[in-house]
Design a protein around this ligand. Structure first.
Ligand SMILES: *Cc1c(COP(=O)(O)O)cnc(C)c1O
Length: 322
């Protein structure tokens, strides 16, 4: 049997997605804007950086989360499911986006939240999700780890972070294809690695992928490379291409920050007008600036930075950090 083509599979999913999409989700169908990012450090080292504004696609749904969810919505409908469910932490951009999408699509939904000491009022992200009709179930850390939940058969379960086959396929559409070839490298923050996987599979071979893990995960890189190989073996259009992992940017782990990181983000925002949050995008941009400062990025390079959004989750961050 001939391997299926990504492009025809994705074309069919996109067509189905467009059928009966509520108008509140329509803005998400347009391609994200690309903007130049002028910053004195970049100019001094003759590195051109543009930013893909996934953060601006929609007032509620954060950047890359839509790309991971959209084909899950199609799949749920194909299977006649009436409920969506997923897992996440209390500040999860993913659960927040899922709750909004489910509401708009007229589906019920359940969010399994890590931490049985929490309640609906724990933070504004959860409050909003609950207002949109998400039923929240708070699990002990152990139950969460073991994914100890019962689901009725009408439920389409999306894994934590939206990291499944539909998520990867959706992320293959994140960078408008003809544009990607203009860049030597694409830079993006990595959580589960789902976004990075879809992006790498869709990038033209000469464009490198620079992934910045935002957490300490010793096995992430190895597991991710294995997944890339599995996808390549399964599909016929897979291209090769360079992947670099910048593992020195996590600042101690997921959600951890340093004063230097926070002041970098402030300074960068003041200089460029681009707001970044410290959990994802701030760490990726910090890594790039460090490398440029240390002459690790050749002069003349053209880099595309994917702004994955996350500023709504960062609301919590401000209340933690003051
Ligand atoms: C979830 C998220 C990511 C990480 O995406 P993965 O596909 O899990 O690697 C990056 N940036 C922001 C703002 C996010 O919310």
């Amino acid at each position: 049997m001939e391997a299926p083509l990504f492009s025809s599979l994705i074309h069919d999913l996109e067509t189905e997605l467009r059928q009966d999409l509520p108008s509140s989700l329509m803005p998400l169908l347009r391609a994200p804007d690309i903007q130049p990012l002028p910053f004195p450090l970049f100019a001094r080292h003759r590195v051109t950086v543009d930013v893909l504004r996934c953060d601006e696609l929609h007032p509620v749904i954060s950047g890359n989360k839509w790309f991971k969810l959209k084909f899950n919505l199609v799949q749920a409908r194909r299977l006649g499911m009436t409920r969506l469910a997923s897992f996440g932490g209390a500040w999860s951009n993913h659960l927040h986006a899922l709750a909004f999408c489910a509401r708009q699509m007229g589906l019920s939904c359940t969010g399994f939240v890590r931490g049985d000491e929490l309640g609906v009022d724990a933070n504004p992200m959860l409050q909003e999700a609950a207002e949109w009709g998400m039923s929240l179930q708070f699990l002990t850390r152990q139950a969460y780890r073991e994914r100890r939940v019962t689901l009725d058969p009408q439920t389409w379960l999306v894994p934590e972070g939206g990291d499944n086959e539909q998520g990867v396929l959706g992320c293959m559409t994140l960078i408008p294809a003809p544009l990607a070839a203009d860049y030597d490298a694409v830079l993006l923050p990595v959580g589960t690695g789902c976004t990075a996987l879809g992006v790498r599979l869709a990038l033209p071979e000469p464009t490198a992928l620079w992934g910045v893990p935002v957490l300490r995960a010793e096995t992430l890189q190895r597991d991710w490379m294995a997944r890339l190989q599995q996808w390549s073996a399964r599909w016929s259009e897979q291209q090769g291409g360079t992947v670099e992992w910048w593992t020195d940017c996590h600042h101690g782990g997921y959600g951890k920050v340093s004063p230097a990181l926070l002041s970098f983000i402030r300074d960068f925002g003041d200089n460029t007008g681009l707001a970044l949050e410290p959990v994802y995008g701030g760490k990726a941009m910090w890594g790039l600036c460090n490398r440029i400062r240390h002459h690790a990025i050749p002069a003349g390079s053209r880099v595309l930075f994917v702004h994955t959004g996350g500023l709504q989750g960062a609301r919590g961050f401000q209340s933690i950090t003051g």
